[in-house]
Design a protein around this ligand. Structure first.
Ligand code: TXA
Ligand code: MG
Length: 310
């Protein structure tokens, strides 16, 4: 089933494929012309570096200058899975991948189809398979929405987690999370027995350490807003995403997650896109309490929703 996609990758073409987080847009990580196509197709700023996806630990050696004891511990604990690690890069790594930085982001995704694809086609760079600025795709249909019906997508239905991987910089201490995801600071901290800090990048600064964090992201056309605490009015031209407060009425515009934050993460980007299909003006989201924010997936939700606010 994967033959066609493997051949496309080997011949320098771009292919979308599922991971456990979101769909990725893959290209051969050793072919500069193929990598260039990724930036063109997505309309991605050239100063925003890409994650190289690998399918075993050994492949990391081609890209990472040095793999520390802590790096090994983290790879053993969380790979394959939704953790991207940033290493100092080897000189042979293509500059176009790293946007001129001296570091490289690596991830071993868990989805079996992504693993097979990479094992047979070699390491691939893979940003989320959306046009720049759109919500990341969690279904093959989302990829086709952005890149056309004929775009090659390995279709495996909905992705499991629905939000992108945790991005962790281990090139200097304290280790720093640039993008929160399903793997939490606490879990990482326990494995390496060191403090881990969050820098999920409110910085719009040109020198942001993780360039992706300075761009607006994940936004639907509809304006995303937090529901203010005293607000009990519900308007028609809006989608409501609730998790705890009572729902005012049954409606397909009022989605209640009943405290199931994994489900909320799984569906968030699809709900954003759906709001646009219905030409809704707003997406209103119930804010999270500080207690709920102890949950890593809620931290990731908070981060993505904050970046989508309009
Ligand atoms: O879950 C994911 O990570 C998905 C799936 C497809 O694997 N990929 C993904 O890639 O979200 P992308 O390109 O949409 O986001 C990668 C993030 C960006 O914010 C980028 O700036 C950051 O990782 N990044 C990549 N390389 C970096 C580096 N060397 N230093 C700092 N940040 C880096
Ligand atoms: Mg992305």
């Amino acid at each position: 089933m994967l033959d066609r996609y493997i051949n496309l990758l080997k011949s320098g073409e771009v292919v979308a494929f599922p991971t456990e987080t979101v769909y990725g847009l893959g290209a051969d990580a050793k072919n500069p012309d193929a990598v260039k196509k990724i930036f063109e197709i997505k309309g991605r700023p050239s100063d925003n570096p890409l994650i190289v996806h690998i399918s075993d630990k050994k492949q990391a050696k081609y890209f990472a200058l040095e793999i520390s004891d802590d790096a090994h511990k983290l790879m053993d604990a969380f790979w394959p899975g939704p953790l991207t690690l940033i290493f100092k890069k080897k000189p042979q790594v293509l500059d176009i991948i790293t946007a001129g930085l001296d570091t490289i982001a690596l991830r071993w995704p868990k989805h079996p189809l992504s693993q097979q694809l990479i094992a047979l086609a070699g390491p691939v760079v893979a940003p989320s398979a959306n046009s720049s600025g759109k919500p990341s795709p969690t279904k093959a249909e989302h990829v086709k929405e952005d890149f056309g019906d004929d775009f090659p997508v390995v279709n495996a239905g909905e992705t499991e987690i629905g939000l992108e991987s945790t991005v962790l910089d281990i090139t200097s201490e304290p280790y720093t999370i640039y993008r929160p995801g399903a793997v939490s600071a606490d879990e990482i901290s326990r494995i390496v027995d060191k403090d881990v800090i969050q820098d999920s990048g409110s910085s719009k600064d040109e020198t942001a350490k993780s360039p992706g964090t300075k761009y607006s992201h994940y936004s639907p056309e509809a304006k995303v807003q937090w529901i203010s605490s005293g607000d009990t009015t519900f308007i028609d031209e809006a989608l409501y995403l609730l998790h705890s407060r009572p729902a005012p009425r049954k409606s397909d515009r009022v989605i209640h997650y009943e405290g199931n934050f994994n489900k909320m993460a799984h569906e968030l980007y699809d709900r954003f896109r759906h709001a646009d299909h219905q030409n809704l003006e707003f997406v209103f989201v119930e804010p999270f309490s500080s207690e709920q924010l102890q949950n890593p997936i809620v931290q990731a939700l908070q981060n993505r929703i904050s970046k989508a606010l309009g």
